[in-house]
Design a binder for this molecule. Structure first.
Ligand code: IPM
Ligand code: MG
Length: 331
């Protein structure tokens, strides 16, 4: 049976970058059935719902989802589509590779993986909003920590078993993080993997100063959100970072960047993050060589000096995407 891929372009620059990523998927997944699911703020304005129960059903029916970005207004009555999908599809592992494609001002190449717990922590959704006091419950469970630790450990074994698994946490202040740290250690020990627990604030600086000391980093939900943006500095910015949200039965691939309303509609957004997310999907389907080809093609276009404005050039989203596609077709 052919693969069914759901595509949601979303808001802002999403509809600009996603077609460039879809083109790459269509090149390799020639038999796949691509179908669109409209989600996000624009849909909410039109229909009063940013992601309906029917949308969730459609997403659940897909073998994988390619997602652009959605605008989330800081409105207490608006539920983040992304968080809704992560929860309803139980996409508990957010894998965020930090890999340089070219040598930037920051020096030599970097290659690490952030494993972000994606369903608990400060993103539990358990909140009480009041006039004089508002609270958000930070939830850490043994089962939730265990399953993300298992994912991180399998990545350590795949990538570099001699490298310790770094645990980003803040157990000196947040006692809930001691459960996270200890569970990660316990799981790692059962895999024969060394661990190093580092306070997240110190980690945010050290990862920039000594990126070569890191390979797989595991952390809780919000720390992973922040750490991945911090690490964007090492790769040339958020335009370069892709991610995979993985659960036991569903998968969802998206750029780490948001909908960037400030540059939306100009056709200048960098499509690399979206294209790399497509490459992560190929890898997930076991097409490692094809994923590698995509990475090489992006790299050769960037090395030739053809760059979007965020990297100092003047190429448009579509021009850059076409160059990558041409380079790929020649390989
Ligand atoms: C991310 C984003 C999301 C998050 C937002 C848009 C809900 O910042 O994927 O990094 O906080 O997880
Ligand atoms: Mg973020």
């Amino acid at each position: 049976m052919s693969l069914r891929i759901a595509v949601s372009k979303g808001d802002g620059i999403g509809p600009e970058v996603i077609p460039e990523a879809q083109k790459i998927l269509e090149h390799f997944l020639t038999d796949a059935d691509f179908f669109e699911v409209e989600l996000g703020l624009a849909k909410w304005e039109k229909t009063g719902s940013a992601c309906s129960a029917e949308d969730i059903r459609e997403l659940k029916g897909a073998d994988a989802i390619l997602f652009g970005a959605v605008t989330t207004p800081p409105d207490p009555n608006y539920r983040s589509v992304l968080l809704q999908i992560r929860h309803e599809l139980d996409l508990y592992a957010n894998l965020r590779p930090i890999q340089t494609l070219f040598s930037s001002d920051q020096g030599s190449p970097v290659d690490m993986m952030i494993v972000r717990e994606n369903t608990e922590g400060l993103y539990s959704g358990i909140e009480e909003i009041g006039e004089g006091r508002s609270t958000t419950l930070r939830v850490v469970t043994k089962a939730g920590s265990r399953r993300i630790a298992e994912k991180a450990c399998s990545l350590v074994l795949e990538r570099n078993p001699d490298h310790p698994l770094v645990i980003g946490y803040k157990g000196n202040v947040l006692k809930s993080d001691l459960l996270f740290r200890d569970t990660c250690k316990e799981v790692a020990e059962s895999y024969g993997i060394q661990t190093k627990a580092v306070f997240i604030d110190a980690l945010c600086l050290d990862v920039l100063q000594h990126p070569k000391n890191y390979d797989v980093i595991i952390t809780t939900n919000m720390f992973g959100d922040i750490l991945s943006d911090v690490c964007g500095y090492l790769t040339g910015g958020l335009g370069m970072l892709s991610s995979a949200n993985i659960g036991d039965t569903h998968t969802f691939f998206e750029p780490v960047h948001g909908s960037a309303p400030d540059i939306a509609g100009k056709g200048t957004a960098n499509p690399v993050a979206a294209i790399r997310s497509a490459a992560m999907m190929l890898e997930y389907f076991g097409m490692k060589d094809e994923a590698h080809l995509v990475e090489e093609s992006i790299q050769s276009v960037i090395r030739s000096g053809f760059l979007t404005p965020d990297l100092g050039g003047s190429a448009s989203t579509a021009e850059f995407g076409s160059r990558v596609y041409e380079s790929l077709s020649k390989k």
